[in-house]
Design a protein around this ligand. Structure first.
Ligand SMILES: [Zn+2]
Length: 168
């Protein structure tokens, strides 16, 4: 019924006629329109093409489907797993221990101290712009930006594989 209604609306549009409902369109040829103001108009055939029309013939009358923005493809399991990974707490602990031994100072979740990439700093980062988040395993430096745990491990000479890998 919904499809018929949409097609009739399309017919109405192209023929500039009154809105049609499926019921109205079943008005029989030879019957009279008894509605007020219609003066008992006789229903007659304006044009007749023998045969019948396939539904598809009216398809161009249908309103164009609104173009939806392409939706993101469903995530594959492997993607999901890698985005939901949990950092291996054993690796976090060993990095934490090592930075503490090196004199990094803990404040809340952050261990702060000199950047692990002093070469990228003008004075070897004497002003300490680096922090290591002991919860997330991310390092952050005002100059270098975020530093991944794997790079921190690399710099500190820690092999995550020795502790079961970076992620669990
Ligand atoms: Zn830095």
């Amino acid at each position: 019924m919904g499809l018929a209604r949409r097609m009739l609306r399309g017919l109405q549009r192209v023929s500039n006629s009154d809105p049609l409902s499926p019921v109205q369109s079943l008005r029989l040829v030879g019957s009279q329109n008894t509605k007020a103001g219609r003066d008992n108009a006789l229903c007659r055939i304006v044009e007749l093409n023998p045969g019948c029309y396939p539904l598809e013939a009216f398809a161009p009358l249908l309103p164009r489907p609104t173009v939806k923005p392409p939706s993101a493809p469903p995530r594959r399991r492997s993607n999901q797993r890698s985005s939901n990974h949990t950092i291996n707490p054993a690796v976090l602990r060993i990095v934490n221990d090592q930075l503490t031994r090196l004199g990094y100072v803990q404040q809340g979740d952050w261990l702060s101290g000199p950047c692990l990439h002093p070469a990228q700093h003008q004075h070897g980062d004497v002003h300490h712009s680096f922090g290591f988040n002991v919860q997330s395993g991310y390092g952050n430096c005002f100059r270098c930006g975020s530093i991944l745990l794997k790079d921190i491990c690399h710099t500190l000479g820690i092999q995550p594989a020795d502790y079961g890998g970076l992620f669990v």
